[in-house]
Structure formats: C-alpha cells, structure tokens
Write a protein that binds this ligand. Structure first.
Ligand SMILES: NC(=O)c1ccc[n+]([C@@H]2O[C@H](COP(=O)([O-])OP(=O)(O)OC[C@H]3O[C@@H](n4cnc5c(N)ncnc54)[C@H](O)[C@@H]3O)[C@@H](O)[C@H]2O)c1
Length: 374
C-alpha cells in the first residue's frame, strides 16, 4: 500500500501521524473506513468486541468468517483492540491521543432488537453515549451511524404506487414501488408508525449526537445510512440483504424475499460510505446527514437478484414469505445536504459494486457453508 506522509503536531509538540479510532472496525463498514484511512497514511485503531452474535445466526457461515476482516486489517497495519464500547474506561483509554472517532459499532439488526431489547439498548444507546463522551472529553470530531429506518414505515409506505417497466437484466417486465417526490430529505417526519426497539435505540443515539452538538459544541454528525453493500460483508437474512442474496446465489442455496420483492432502496457501495467519513473530517460541519446512493443507485429487491444472476450466470432459488413487521418498503435518499456541506457524493453504481462483491465472495467461498450443511 502506498502511504503518503501526513503529519500532525501532537499535544506535546512532537510530529506524528494523525490517528483515527474506528469502533466496530472489524465489522463490514468499519473495515472499509479503516482501509481508507490507512491508504491516507493515518494510524488506525479498530476497536471491536468481535461479537459472534450475527455470525451464529447465518447457518452458511463458518466460524473462521469472524476473523476475516480482522486478519485483513492487521495485514494493512491496523491495530485491532478487542474492547467493548459499553465499557467507558476501556474506551477512554484508547481515545486519549485520537484525532477522529468513526463510530460504527452497533447492534444493527431489527430481529435481534425484538429478541433482546436490553442488548440493543446497551450497545446502541449506552455505547454511543460513551463514544460521544470520549469525543467531548478529549475534543475529538466524531461521526455516528443511524439508519434510514429512523423515518419509520407508515408514512412512506402509504405514499407508494407500483410502476411496471422492462428490466434490462431479464427478458420480461418487472414492477417496483415508486413515489413522488422520488427522494427523501432530512426534514421528513421521523418514526412514522411502528417503533421497534432498533428504531428507539438508533433515534436515542442520534438525539444524543444532536445534544452533544448543541450543548457541548462537539463536532459531531449522525449519518442516516441507506442499505450498504460490498466486500467484507457477511450478510444474512437479518442484515446485509445484497450480500445475503449474492452469497446464496453463489452457494446455490434458496433465498427468501419477505413481501413482494418490489421494495426499493438506493443501495450504497461501502467505499463510498467510507469516503463520506473522510469528507466529514475535512469539513467538520456538524449535523444530521442522509448518506445514500440517491436516484442513480435505486434498485428493487427483485431487480437486484436479476443483476446478481446476470453477473454470476446462475439462477436464484427464491422463496416468498410474508412481509416483515416494521419494514420500510421504499427508501431513496435526497443527498443534497451532504453534497453541499461535506462535498460528498457516491461514485459506484450497483453493477460495478455488485461485481466486486461477487468476486470477493467467490475468492472467499471457503468461509461459507458449514460442514454440516454440505
Ligand atoms: N450495513 C448496512 O446496510 C447498514 C445500513 C444502515 C445503517 N447501518 C449502520 O452502520 C453501522 C455499521 O454497520 P455494519 O453493517 O458494518 O455492521 P456490522 O455488524 O458488520 O459491524 C458492527 C461491528 O461492531 C462490533 N460491535 C458490536 N457490538 C460492539 C460493542 N459493544 N463494542 C465494540 N464493538 C462492537 C461487531 O463486532 C462488528 O464487528 C451500524 O451502526 C449500522 O446500524 C448499516
């Protein structure tokens, strides 16, 4: 890796490399942020408790999968610290000489939030509070992750109609959900309709971000992230649907669509999200930002499956199930605020991004399919 020298003056007046602490650095998004900052010659610490909760739920995942991102990061010179954001003193110990906190550690799944609301609360609310306290105490800019689920399903779902079109990746017509206006900005009313524990914990965390901006003048941001995909994503039915579809297609395993398959998202490639974290560091304009692919990357579930089939040249075995409780059927981000204030915009279109994801899965096929599934 080509490292450019970028030196800062330390609090003791010595020249040193700038340093970022990435909570959840061994997770999917965190690993891409670590990689980007290493490429920019930063010292990088991935602070992660390496939980196996999600990995255990995906029955096609081998135990070694959990170590994949860790090994990758260590190979590029990232220091991996096994620590828990709920432990404030442990977290503070690693934040003293840090220039930026990228907070991606989370309990990110809707299903686990119903099953264990206390776990969800402790990681997403107390953990985020601790990260903000570290930012306040040591005067560090910080970005925290929310999700577009914060808008809630009811209002957006009630505005949808169906649109029939000729799909370029298959030889027949398809239908997807659409709405006017197409994209949704940060002023959209929040928590419309069903509130699950995940909605509650993610919004509580974002309210603390706003509170630390307003009350303590912390240079903080909350990114409302759309569906993200890319290499290093061990996606399953609960979280990471693009990777889940691609992994199951490649392994020849059935995949489930909950609902009609017409649900639509402005999917966003992971390195584009990592770049949003970089842009925030450069501009440091506090606030709440929609971070999504926008209108250029919108794709329905069924279109995404067709695109994967075109890339792998293999049909998927699709099983349709009931729509899931609390599901947002449509989301396309209006990203004009992030463009204007942070100078950020996504670059990767779904076809290119999904090709990269498929290549990564094929290179790492031994990490999927447990012995007992063969
Ligand atoms: N992936 C998506 O499509 C998506 C969409 C919207 C929002 N987000 C948000 O982006 C963030 C990152 O998501 P991801 O997909 O990379 O998730 P991920 O599950 O791949 O990574 C999260 C990482 O956090 C670590 N972690 C969990 N609890 C921890 C704790 N208590 N202390 C320290 N580390 C802990 C896990 O070990 C894991 O490595 C989350 O806040 C998530 O809600 C993700």
């Amino acid at each position: 890796m080509l490292l450019k020298k970028v030196l800062l003056i330390s609090r003791r007046g010595k020249k040193r490399m700038p340093k970022v602490l990435v909570t959840g650095g061994c997770g999917f998004l965190g690993s891409h942020i670590c990689e980007l900052f290493r490429k920019k010659s930063w010292e990088v610490v991935a602070f992660d408790n390496l939980t196996k909760d999600e990995f255990k739920r995906n029955d096609y995942m081998k135990p070694e999968a959990r170590n994949h991102n860790r090994k990758l990061l260590e190979g590029m010179g990232v220091r991996v610290v096994q620590g828990d954001i709920r432990n404030q003193s442990e977290l503070f110990e690693h934040c003293r000489d840090v220039d930026y906190i990228c907070h991606t550690a989370a309990q990110p799944t809707m299903t686990m939030s119903w099953e264990n609301p206390e776990l969800d609360f402790s990681i997403n609310v107390i953990g985020t509070f601790n990260c903000l306290e570290a930012a306040r105490k040591f005067n560090i800019p910080i970005v925290s992750c929310n999700s577009v689920h914060c808008y809630g399903p009811d209002k957006i779902n009630s505005e949808l109609r169906e649109f029939d079109f000729n799909c370029p990746d298959c030889d027949y017509g398809l239908s997807r959900y659409v709405k006017d206006p197409v994209s949704i900005n940060e002023e959209e009313p929040l928590l419309q309709g069903t509130v699950t524990p995940l909605h509650a914990s993610k919004m509580a965390a974002e309210n603390y971000v706003r509170c630390y901006i307003d009350t303590f003048k912390v240079k903080a941001a909350s990114f409302r992230l759309t569906g993200i995909y890319g290499p290093n994503q061990f996606g399953g039915e609960d979280h990471g649907w693009v990777a889940n579809f691609a992994i199951r297609n490649i392994l020849g395993m059935p995949l489930s669509i909950f609902g009609t398959g017409k649900q639509l998202r402005d999917v966003l490639y992971a390195s584009d999200v990592a770049n949003a974290f970089w842009c925030f560091y450069e501009k440091q304009i506090p606030g709440i930002y929609n971070i999504g692919g926008g209108e250029k990357t919108m794709i329905s579930l069924i279109e995404c499956i067709k695109l994967i089939e075109k890339i792998t040249n293999r049909k998927s075995n699709i099983i349709y199930g009931e729509g899931r409780f609390g599901d947002l059927k449509y989301y396309v981000s209006d990203i004009s605020k992030a463009k204007e204030k942070l100078g950020w915009e996504p670059k990767t279109l779904p076809e290119e991004g999904i090709r990269n994801l498929v290549e990564w899965i094929k290179r790492n096929e031994e990490l999927f399919v447990r012995q007992d599934n063969i």
